[in-house]
Write a protein that binds this ligand. Structure first.
Ligand code: SAH
Length: 456
């Protein structure tokens, strides 16, 4: 008998699968529900929150039979804030989930059904791993709060001590809150586009202990600069204090104008033997422990002997390029954000690396230019594109240039699978697939793929 499902009704469900966003998937009398916070193998009571034509969404009310992989989340706001959606899953099981996600995308989207995917490389530090935190500031019944946005919304879920961010951030946030109360500063209201305090951004040099604090305000000026510097001077680790002026009605957190009000203009961190200077706007991988493993995997896959020419497309501030430069004859880094290219050049100087050259522009324009005008013939091409994957013109150019190896670093295994399908249609074959867990407790997974040229 066909059952009619209704919103707000309670149902008992057997969860059989887990989706790409970490949601449990199961059926009630053949009707599929997606339920956040549930795991495969669990029986649960849910309340239907949305019924669509062929499927529905439910909210977990009660776990009737728990999965052996279920653990108590570390953070009191897990499942409420939009950050960690896997805190209820044990860490070893998270690694299996991420490996499986990559395997399934390669099979379903890329058609690579027989490719072996190594178990995701995990970390000994699945909490407190992030070196950068951005806390929106809001106003609640009990005064100023800071925390994180709820899933798919801009409602701030107060969180004083996020379990994946540095433990050092909490006293800094408290000091800023006390400072704001003392000087009667108000809080930015996104809807009305008024009020002062927007975000608090904290960057920690993981290996150096140096911290940068940046207060983002909805104003062009600030009358309490000295007082803010004094309030934060009690923290020995805080080496750099900025104001970021952001008066735009935008989701972008940082303003275009950033003013150093105390300390050094950058904080330093290291990845392996390399040093990097971090500024308020520069992109730097957020999990330093795993970044080293990620880059070491790239280096292992590239297997350089010192005679090679390498192109690192989508190079950011040149981190992978500089990692590779020590073992290559020459590395060309290509990046669209010109400030990042400036930082890459400075990082090369800082590390006394002379065989890396950086170009600003779109990889799909610059790499063809290097090939056609500068006669660059790469032995290895590394690509590390954003979530949307590589531009097709870049993939075509790789097919023309035919480097011996292509190492693809991806933060989205769906677009990775799409791009691999193109590269492996004639000239390349996949040799190794190694996921790396850069973002424990979340559903995100980074992946490194080695392709070599098919012999003709
Ligand atoms: N490899 C770097 C950065 C990877 S993030 C690291 O490990 O830190 C992806 C980078 O690609 C970003 O820096 C982004 O600015 C850049 N990017 C995005 N589209 C691009 C394009 N079409 N051409 C070149 N770079 C691009």
């Amino acid at each position: 008998m066909k059952q009619d499902f209704k919103k707000n009704e309670h149902y008992i469900i057997d969860i059989t699968d887990i989706g790409v966003n970490g949601e449990g998937i199961g059926k009630v009398n053949g009707f599929t529900f997606f339920v956040d916070g549930t795991l495969p193998g669990e029986k649960a009571e849910i309340i239907a929150t949305k019924i669509k034509k062929g499927y529905g969404y439910g909210r977990l009310v009660n776990i009737i039979a728990a999965s052996p992989d279920r653990i108590e989340p570390m953070c009191p706001v897990a499942g409420k804030c939009g950050g960690c959606s896997l805190q209820h899953l044990s860490y070893p099981a998270q690694l299996v989930y991420k490996t499986e996600k990559v395997r399934q995308n390669l099979a379903r989207i890329g058609g690579f059904c027989d490719i072996g995917v190594s178990l995701a490389i995990g970390t000994h530090q699945p909490f407190r791993y992030r070196n950068k935190a951005q806390y929106p500031v809001a106003f609640a019944d009990n005064g100023i709060v800071y925390g994180f946005y709820a899933n798919h919304s801009h409602r701030v879920v107060p969180c004083e001590d996020c379990a994946i961010n540095s433990a050092e951030n909490k006293p800094i946030l408290e000091a800023i809150k006390a400072f704001a109360v003392k000087y009667g500063l108000d809080v930015y209201d996104e809807e009305k586009h008024c009020g002062l305090l927007r975000h608090i951004v904290i960057k920690n040099g993981f290996h150096t202990g140096e911290t940068m604090v940046c207060l983002v305000i909805n104003s062009d000026s600030f009358e309490y600069e000295k007082e803010l510097a004094a309030a934060l001077s009690v923290f020995e680790s805080v080496k750099s204090i900025y104001l970021s002026f952001n008066t735009k009605n935008t989701n972008v957190i940082m303003g275009d104008k950033n003013k150093l009000i105390s300390g050094k203009d950058t904080v330093t961190d290291t990845i392996g033997e390399l040093r990097f200077n971090i500024s308020p706007l520069s992109f730097f991988q957020v999990n330093p422990i795993q970044t080293e493993k990620l880059y070491s995997t790239v280096l292992e896959f590239a297997d350089l002997n010192g005679s090679e020419t390498v192109i690192d497309a989508y190079c950011g501030i040149g981190t992978i390029s500089l990692f590779l430069a020590k073992r290559a004859k020459k590395v060309y880094g290509v990046e669209i954000v010109s400030e990042a290219v400036d930082a890459a050049r400075q990082n090369a100087l800082l590390n006394k690396i002379e065989n890396a050259e950086f170009f600003a522009g779109r990889a799909e324009d610059i790499v063809p230019m290097l090939y056609e005008k500068n006669a660059v013939r790469a032995d290895v091409v590394v690509v590390d594109p954003p979530r949307k994957g590589c531009d097709e013109n870049l993939l075509k150019l790789i097919e023309d240039m035919l480097p011996q190896k292509v190492v693809y670093v991806s933060c989205d295994s769906a677009t990775l699978a799409r791009d691999l399908k193109i590269l492996c249609s004639k000239s390349y074959s996949i040799k190794k697939v190694q996921p790396v867990d850069m973002f424990p407790q979340t559903v995100h997974v980074e992946c490194v793929v080695l392709m070599s040229r098919v012999k003709d």
